[in-house]
Write a protein that binds this ligand. Structure first.
Ligand code: NDP
Length: 240
């Protein structure tokens, strides 16, 4: 069935691949982004997917942005909370601002994205929520106390929402990608990237489309019994 899907951070990287996969699955997609107007305009021109600018860290902006999406496209049945940032530093050098920015975007941003759509999903007795967490939320990572804390927290959100939403036909699941070939990872110096790849049994980085395939599976109407789960898509780098 064709539904309306919202993908936060849906104009670049993993989010862009998710937006395209959901469009190809027959859904009407709204791709949110933070401020990179040029990338968003290019994405819309190439894909025909509408983009919407708001900061997921801001509750009122999220609520207003989602209201605009629903006015334009109809009730949102599928939400992919994908927007995320890093502000890495070893803990002794991490500033309160680096901590706060990452918590506000990666953790509170998920609350801000799901909370406005939750009542409608309950009323309509259908909803699909997927949160893009990270391998580093599962295992921790040197220099990422802030990021790992938020990504582990996202798994707590998903497992709790799964229990609250189940009797309303809502599922909530998480995907923990390993290292994926997005701009973020490709910007890392080649030597560092080689050392990262050496830790991946598959011997390569993942592709954004490989995460999008997991999302497409989880949001299908007939995936109703998969609820509260975590898919680790990391080339065999880490097992829970
Ligand atoms: P990118 O940096 O390539 O893209 C980030 C997207 O999120 C952009 O569309 C950006 O908008 C948007 N965004 C960032 N902050 C906000 C905000 N405050 N409000 C709204 N939108 C925002 O990221 P990736 O594709 O690499 O990562 C996507 C998700 O996957 C993140 O949650 C990340 O933590 C997670 N992840 C990534 C991995 C990887 O290897 N790449 C590994 C594991 C997890 P704009 O274009 O306007 O800046």
């Amino acid at each position: 069935m064709s539904r309306v899907a919202l993908v936060t951070g849906g104009s670049r990287g993993i989010g862009a691949a998710i937006s395209i996969a959901l469009k190809n699955a027959g859904h009407t997609v709204a791709a949110n982004y933070a401020g990179n107007d040029e990338a968003a305009a290019k994405f819309t021109a190439e894909t025909g997917i509408k983009t919407y600018k708001w900061n997921v860290a801001d509750y009122d902006a999220s609520k207003a942005g989602i209201a605009q999406v629903e006015a334009d496209l109809g009730p949102v049945d599928i939400v992919i909370a994908n927007a995320g940032i890093t502000r890495d530093a070893p803990f002794h050098k991490m500033t309160p601002d680096q901590w706060k920015q990452v918590v506000d975007t990666n953790l509170t941003g998920v609350f801000n994205t799901v909370h406005p759509v939750w009542p409608g999903m309950r009323d309509r007795k259908f909803g699909r929520i997927v949160v893009i967490s990270s391998i580093n939320g599962q295992k921790g990572q040197f220099g990422q106390v802030n990021y790992a804390a938020t990504k582990a927290g996202d798994l707590g959100i998903v497992k709790s929402l799964a229990q609250e939403g189940a009797r309303f036909g809502i599922t909530a699941n998480a995907i923990c990608p390993g290292y994926i070939a997005t701009e973020m990872v490709m910007a890392v110096p080649e030597k560092v990237r080689e050392s990262i790849i050496a830790q991946i049994p598959t011997g390569r980085l993942g592709e954004p489309e490989e995460i999008a395939r997991c999302v497409a599976f989880l949001v299908a109407d007939d995936a109703a019994f998969v609820n509260g789960s975590t898919i680790s898509a990391n080339g065999g780098q880490f097992f829970v």
